[in-house]
Write a protein that binds this ligand. Structure first.
Ligand code: NAD
Ligand code: GLY
Length: 368
């Protein structure tokens, strides 16, 4: 079990910040000396996480801010939209918050992405802190400063880069996470293996049962190593001029699944899981990896309780529907879809692929 001083640093010059990782960090938060100062704190949470950890966070912040307010959003990916975002602005303005307010995101990736975007916009930018409470948010979404809301036509299409001041990953909060959400988070952990670290992948093969059983040491290692990899990638390419796109392995197919099924039907991590198998199959067809690697990836994803096949989005022309949705992707250039592919285990490449091959993969990988 790590101590509360375990920390990974995101190195971005004046926008650098620590990711604190440990069990019980919320309980000791009030004693931290590095909480950003402000005239008020606004905790942004949702109807599920607020009742679990909202009071604890508010209590920890009370000695640090003249005022601590809370806004509680509806829970769910389907609420990651303008209407719900506006409730954060309503709260900020309703409480008379000035530009020295600090936003505190308490929840999973949905709350984190929306809070970050609200912080990027309010009075042209105010500070915020991430307190991620899902595995997915601790290993990925709370780190790196991508913030966004969804548009009905495309996932995360409206947003901004805005780095938090601090990320607090309290592993104790993972105890209340539903098993399906834990598995969804594992998808983003597994992702780091094929794109960057096959040692981590082998460790996951050996320790998956411990992770599913939420053993503290295993969770701590998975969160720490994931954050280290993400920190290195974001430190090298904060605004995704190139390298950072590798973090989207599985996401091109996955985002199409999420949008095509209707936000919230498939969890983000589930879409990424099936999407990683599809991207690996595409890599195989482009002779970048062998069949044994694809099978190894499929096996680990399946063992994690995640889908290894995509859903049928259109009974008439399923592949056509996937292609249509995938063209609305931030990596697309002049309408050409660009995929994150595995160029030998542990290394990723971003490139286009012939539609015929993509169709072949979709036909192979989608459940009838
Ligand atoms: P989520 O935020 O919807 O949380 C999953 C569910 O778990 C929700 O119902 C939530 O209320 C509940 N929950 C959260 N913490 C809990 C806890 N400790 N105990 C019990 N229940 C808890 O989903 P997520 O998987 O955390 O995040 C997915 C989102 O993150 C997507 O919108 C995705 O686009 C985004 N994302 C962003 C980035 C980024 O870089 N910004 C990266 C990856 C994913
Ligand atoms: N999750 C993808 C990124 O942060 O770039």
């Amino acid at each position: 079990m790590p101590s509360s001083t375990d920390s990974v640093r995101i190195d971005l010059g004046e926008r650098s910040y620590p990711i604190a990782i440990g069990a019980g960090l919320l309980a000791t938060l009030a004693r931290r000396a590095d909480l950003p100062r402000g005239t008020a704190a606004l905790i942004v949470t949702n109807t599920t996480v607020g009742p679990l950890y909202g009071a604890q966070l508010a209590q920890a912040l009370a000695p640090h801010y003249p005022q601590v307010h809370t806004v509680t959003l509806p829970d769910g990916e389907e609420h990651k939209d303008w209407q719900t975002l506006n409730r954060v602005f309503d709260a900020l303005l309703g409480h008379g918050c000035d530009r020295k307010v600090v936003l505190w995101a308490l929840g999973g990736g949905v709350v984190g992405d929306m809070t970050g975007f609200a912080a990027a916009c309010y009075m042209r930018g105010v500070p915020f802190v991430q307190v991620p409470t899902t595995l997915l948010a601790q290993v990925d979404s709370s780190v790196g400063g991508k913030t966004a809301i969804n548009h009905p036509l495309g996932k995360n299409m409206v947003g901004a880069f805005h780095q938090p001041q601090l990320v607090v990953c309290d592993l104790a909060t993972l105890a209340s996470l539903p098993p399906r959400e834990l598995a969804a988070g594992l998808a983003e952990v597994i992702k780091y293996g094929p794109i960057a670290d096959m040692e981590l992948f082998a460790w996951l093969e050996a320790h998956l049962d411990a992770l599913l059983a939420r053993e503290a040491g295993a969770l701590a290692h998975a969160v720490r190593r994931s954050c280290e990899i993400k920190a290195a990638v974001v430190g090298a390419d904060e605004r995704e001029a190139g390298l950072r796109a590798i973090l989207n392995f599985g996401h091109t197919f996955g985002h199409a699944i999420e949008a095509g099924m209707g936000y919230g039907a498939w969890l983000h991590g589930e879409g990424v899981a099936a999407g990683m198998v599809m991207a690996a199959e595409l890599s195989l067809r482009l002779s970048l990896v062998d069949a044994a690697f694809v099978q190894r990836l499929r096996a680990l994803i399946g063992r994690a309780g995640l889908p290894v096949r995509g859903p049928v989005l259109d009974a008439g022309d399923n592949a056509g529907r996937y292609l249509q949705l995938m063209r609305v992707d931030k990596k697309a250039e002049a309408g050409e879809i660009r995929f994150v592919l595995i160029d030998g285990p542990g290394r990723a490449v971003v490139r286009a692929a012939p539609d015929a091959l993509v169709r072949e993969v979709i036909d192979l990988c989608c459940a009838p």
